[in-house]
Ligand binder design. Structure first.
Ligand code: GTP
Ligand code: ZN
Length: 323
């Protein structure tokens, strides 16, 4: 446990605190150069220290903070170190209106343990192309996927689950008239982020999981002395333990950086058959592709191969037609 001197005993000095005295923080919100960090159970507003150079700080980063970490109104601490990230999720290029910056696929969340892919069972119907794309992003980033199927009160999951029958894909069913125990269990003691199309029920879930979320965002806004922009990511602490990152406005996570060979890792049901491919097989039009043979002998669902090939060929382009 760290013991910090109280305000009254802190010596007045111009010497900057050494970084040995830095506190560990966790970045919960980013707003125009101000970073809201959870430190010892309270929120602290910080800026980046110049020594960080051009390194960006994103939600989910674990950082070292010095300076005024009291969290008092108007206080401003400094982030002096960013810990190595265990994972990164990048914004998809088509979320950035195809600007040069957008094409660079900016990292928007770090250290995510679990990607919760939210899909309604109906209204809107599940889009497996979108889910597959999320799975590629998750497997590539070493993040565990969780398929979260909402509106289970309106339709059954059999059809979508059949499509994923050959994968060990964990899933939960959600409906308004039943508790979210399964989901809460899977969110405990880890950092998860939600992705899904408009209308699938993400806000409904986040509100049920973290009823204080609005208040928390209000606090962030007050401390960050600026309007909280609804398009930036925010990490919310869950009463049952764990953190969720809400990424409003993010339609999909980018996979343009994923090596073509690694796109296949998002399709573990197809992957093993690639050992039968000729060297340099592009798995698209190369004759004798082992994936075609697998499907021909009934070893995999042809819709899975079609989905893989759509993703592969659209990887760097506009993917909305497939989502
Ligand atoms: N029947 C039923 N309706 C649901 C369920 N979850 C959400 N809804 C309804 O579906 C609609 C969309 O839910 P939202 O939570 O706003 O969806 P969202 O994913 O946050 O959508 P955006 O805010 O546009 O991103 C609302 O009218 C919800 O009341 C569910 O499990 N069952
Ligand atoms: Zn092949």
């Amino acid at each position: 446990m760290r013991i910090r001197p109280g305000r009254s005993t802190r010596p007045r000095t111009r010497i900057r605190p050494t970084h040995d005295a830095a506190l560990d923080g966790f970045v919960v919100a980013v707003d125009r150069g101000r970073y809201t960090c959870a430190v010892d159970g309270h929120l602290v507003t910080a800026m980046r220290a110049r020594e960080l150079g051009r390194r960006g700080v994103v939600v989910g980063d674990r950082v070292a903070i010095v300076g005024d970490t009291s969290g008092a109104d108007g206080s401003l601490a400094r982030i002096v170190r960013i810990d190595e990230r265990t994972s990164v999720l990048r914004r998809s290029a088509d979320d950035e209106e195809n600007t040069v910056e957008g094409r660079q696929e900016r990292v928007i969340v770090a250290n995510v343990d679990q990607l919760v892919i939210v899909s309604a069972l109906v209204d809107p119907p599940p889009r497996t192309g979108f889910i597959d794309r999320c799975l590629v992003a998750a497997y590539d980033a070493d993040i565990e996927p969780l398929l979260c199927l909402t509106k289970a009160d309106l339709a059954g999951p059999d059809e979508v689950l059949a499509y994923y029958a050959d994968l060990d894909l964990p899933y939960v069913l959600c409906r308004p008239d039943a508790p979210l125990d399964d989901l809460v269990d899977r969110l405990r003691s880890r950092l998860s982020t939600f992705i899904g199309h408009s209308g699938v029920g993400k806000s409904t879930l986040v509100n049920r999981l973290s009823p204080d979320a609005d208040r928390a965002v209000g606090e962030v806004s007050a401390i960050g002395k600026g309007r909280h922009t609804s398009t930036s990511a925010v990490a919310l602490a869950l009463p049952g333990g764990g953190w969720i990152v809400d990424t409003p406005g993010v339609r999909s996570f980018g996979i343009a950086h994923v090596d073509p060979e690694n796109v296949l890792h998002g399709f573990p049901d197809l992957l093993p058959a690639s050992v039968n491919c000729a060297p340099n097989c592009d798995h698209l039009s190369t004759p004798g592709c082992g994936l075609d043979a697998l499907v021909a002998e009934g070893g995999a669902d042809p819709r899975r191969l079609a989905s893989y090939r759509r993703l592969l060929s659209s990887r760097t382009g506009d993917t909305r037609a497939y989502d």
